[in-house]
Design a protein around this ligand. Structure first.
Ligand code: ZN
Ligand code: ZN
Length: 345
């Protein structure tokens, strides 16, 4: 069925436009997913302010947190059917290479880098429809909403993998540095895992919001020494810590806000984190990086959410129709939001 659809693109210096694009037609194993919720992610904001010359290279639709319903399928599709409610993993999968066989689709070596949704090569999900392969369409159970499905697709899944690596045990202190979307998901999930959660963020709105969604404490790192503030609560420090801000100072401080046997997981990245240096005297701390999540973790996260009653939709503070794409990105750029989503009726 030919036709057009709307999609939101960046045109440079924080300007966002909604334009008409051809509605894609799925072929072979491709699936056309009709968007019901599409989330804004912190990583979108790395490119939001790029200059017009950058975006003149390609008018690629933004968005990589798709939750929607299967609208059309190619003639070789066997894994989903029209009407299925799905969360779409935002990197492609060949299904066969070593990385894909481990569920690490974002490292697929067959398709290669640069083909994620909303990269410079593939249209994303801030649109009425997104075209993807059946390999990356995961059905969501009735208990979860399209908004949950959307947030699972990037922020929620990323937070979940970081928490699994941190190995949070009930009753342990869990420090979550940075309370943007990934940090807020980590707060909510970490609380449901039994952690005593300490959120850290210089923005008052985010601290207050985290306290309403699972944080037991919220610390302002700009109001005094963060390490001392954490130790005033915990004594020796937080046994588990997740850094989502990418801020150099936060990356170093988080180490000293933990005891010598802690587990520390770094998720955040950003332009400022290049000069990140750690002391060699780390005791027996486990320090690991974490990037996105795997297909097995997707299924584990969905079960966890259903059984533990975690709903990412509770983190949504702003819902916009696609026509208001400019307002949506501008609201998110204030950093005084929880999750910001585009939603469709
Ligand atoms: Zn993302
Ligand atoms: Zn692959």
């Amino acid at each position: 069925m030919a036709g057009t659809m709307r999609g939101a693109i960046f045109v440079g210096n924080g300007k966002v436009e909604v334009r008409e694009f051809p509605k894609p037609e799925p072929k072979g194993t491709e699936v056309l997913v009709q968007m019901k919720a599409s989330g804004l992610c912190g990583s979108d904001m790395h490119s939001y302010r790029n200059p017009p010359e950058y975006w003149a290279q390609a008018s690629i639709i933004r968005g990589h947190e798709p939750g929607g319903a299967v609208a059309e399928v190619g003639d070789a599709v066997t894994m989903v059917k029209v009407g299925d409610r799905v969360s779409v993993y935002h990197a492609p999968s060949c299904g066969y290479c070593e990385a894909c066989s481990r569920g690490e689709f974002f490292r697929c070596t067959t398709i290669g880098p640069g083909f994620r949704l909303a990269s410079m090569k593939v249209h994303g999900s801030d649109a009425d429809y997104v075209l993807v392969d059946q390999n990356v369409c995961f059905r969501i159970p009735d208990e979860l909403s399209f908004e949950d499905a959307s947030t699972i697709a990037c922020a929620g899944g990323t937070a979940f993998q970081a928490l699994l690596k941190a190995d949070v045990h009930a009753g342990e202190y869990l420090l979550v540095s940075g309370l943007g979307p990934v940090g807020l998901c980590a707060v909510q999930l970490g609380k449901a895992m039994g952690g005593k959660v300490i959120g850290v963020d210089p923005i008052a709105f985010r601290r207050e919001f985290s306290l309403q969604h699972g944080a037991d404490y919220a610390i302002d790192p700009s109001a005094g020494n963060m390490v001392e503030q954490v130790k005033a609560i915990t004594g020796e420090g937080a046994e588990k810590a997740i850094e989502t801000s990418g801020n150099d100072r936060a990356r170093v401080d988080i180490v000293w806000a933990t005891p010598y046997h802690a587990r520390i997981v770094y998720v955040g990245y950003g332009g400022e984190a290049k000069n990140f240096m750690l002391s060699p005297n780390l005791g027996d701390r486990w320090i690991v990086g974490s990037n996105m999540f795997t297909e097995p973790q997707y299924h584990e996260l969905v079960r966890f959410m259903v059984r533990q009653g975690v709903r990412f939709s509770e983190l949504v503070t702003h819902r916009f129709p696609l026509e208001q794409a400019q307002q949506a990105f501008d609201a998110f750029a204030t950093r005084e939001t929880g999750k910001v989503l585009f939603v469709w009726e």
